[in-house]
Write a protein of this length. Structure first.
Length: 303
């Protein structure tokens, strides 16, 4: 890998404002933990993403795609290579019952655009703090529905920079999983099929769901939402609560008192604190309930 040669060529592709060196990832993740990425890129067009990815292949440099970092932990040693953050590609537009959104658009912006045109179906996503790309990759869901229920197709890119389109069926969406994760694709854009509804009803459904979120979730502390996936036949939060682990600490990380399914950054936690707590919880629940808790949150970088 030759990061120095990569850097020289990179500056021909992306304007200097879109290139950050040794960028602390705690500034880009909702957990507020994580060491520096060698390079953080903020491309503004699919072409820039493609060029950056091709350049990575040419110089043997690792890269990782991110959206809003709301389901991501970067370890304290940081990431060797390039993190490509897509939040600058954020156009959203409606056409009849279809809503088209670029990968970096926030779900709340996309849901607001749907509301503007009285389109129903996206209410569930309005309070999830991620981007459209992150939500498609994770098949994000809340209060029943998930991305799988509304997506029509997505425009993707492979690791060689080729663009292609996949239908809902081809995306192999299942509980917090998709072909995007399995094949390391990059989501550039998604098109959702919604339905004409009533503006006031859509708005009050969004308000109701967001109120429920605020009541049940520790939104005043940094976190990545539900830390663990739902194990078949159980709820992670209930298992953790029943094991008496609410409030358990590891350094600055803690199990939320408000919602046991959330590990929170209570007091200047490091990634090590958070990951240590995740491991402790996994061990206790394995011993007590013989259930394996698998993290939902994605973990990258060096110790
Ligand atoms: C308070 C809180 C509440 C939450 N509530 C929910 C909830 O109700 N339901 C739910 O499902 N999730 C929830 N989450 C988790 C998170 O918001 C979702 O998983 C969200 O979809 C992640 O989007 P992101 O843009 O932040 O992705 P990131 O965290 O940046 O990335 C997550 C994963 O997606 C990949 N990725 C991101 N963008 C792309 C792209 N364009 N192309 C390819 N890969 C990509 C990354 O490589 C990574 O593997 C919550 C998180 C928080 C902090």
């Amino acid at each position: 890998m030759s990061l120095e040669n990569y850097k020289l060529e990179l500056e021909n592709i992306i304007a200097s404002e879109g290139i950050k060196y040794n960028e602390p990832m705690k500034n880009h993740t909702s957990f507020k933990v994580g060491g520096p990425a060698d390079i953080l890129l903020l491309p503004e067009t699919p072409k820039q993403i493609g060029d950056a990815v091709k350049l990575c292949a040419k110089h043997g440099v690792n890269f990782y795609i991110m959206g809003n970092g709301s389901n991501l932990i970067v370890r304290d040693g940081g990431y060797r290579g390039v993190i490509i953050k897509l939040t600058s590609l954020d156009n959203v537009s409606a056409d009849g019952e279809y809503l088209k959104a670029e990968a970096g658009a926030s779900l709340s912006t996309a849901a607001k655009e749907a509301l503007k045109y009285s389109l129903t179906g996206m209410e569930f996503a309005s309070g999830i703090p991620g981007t459209v790309g992150g939500a498609v990759t994770m098949n994000a869901g809340a209060y029943g529905p998930e991305i799988k229920d509304i997506i029509e197709y997505a425009i993707l890119m492979d690791m060689d920079g080729n663009q292609f389109k996949l239908s809902k069926e081809e995306m192999d969406l299942s509980y917090r999983s998709s072909i995007v994760q399995k094949n390391n694709y990059i989501v550039l854009e998604a098109v959702f099929k919604l339905e004409k509804g009533d503006y006031d009803e859509i708005e009050s459904r969004m308000d109701e769901l967001n109120k429920r979120r605020a009541e049940k979730q520790p939104l005043n502390y940094p976190s990545a939402g539900s830390t663990f996936k739902r194990p078949i036949g159980y709820y992670a939060g209930k298992l953790i609560e029943d094991a008496g682990l609410k409030g358990m600490r590891n350094g600055g990380a803690s199990i939320s008192e408000k919602h046991a399914g959330f590990v929170i950054n209570k007091d200047n936690a490091t990634a090590r604190d958070v990951l240590g707590l995740i491991s402790k919880v996994q061990k206790i629940i394995k011993e007590k309930n013989a259930v394996t808790l698998e993290p939902e949150v994605r973990i990258i970088g060096e110790e």
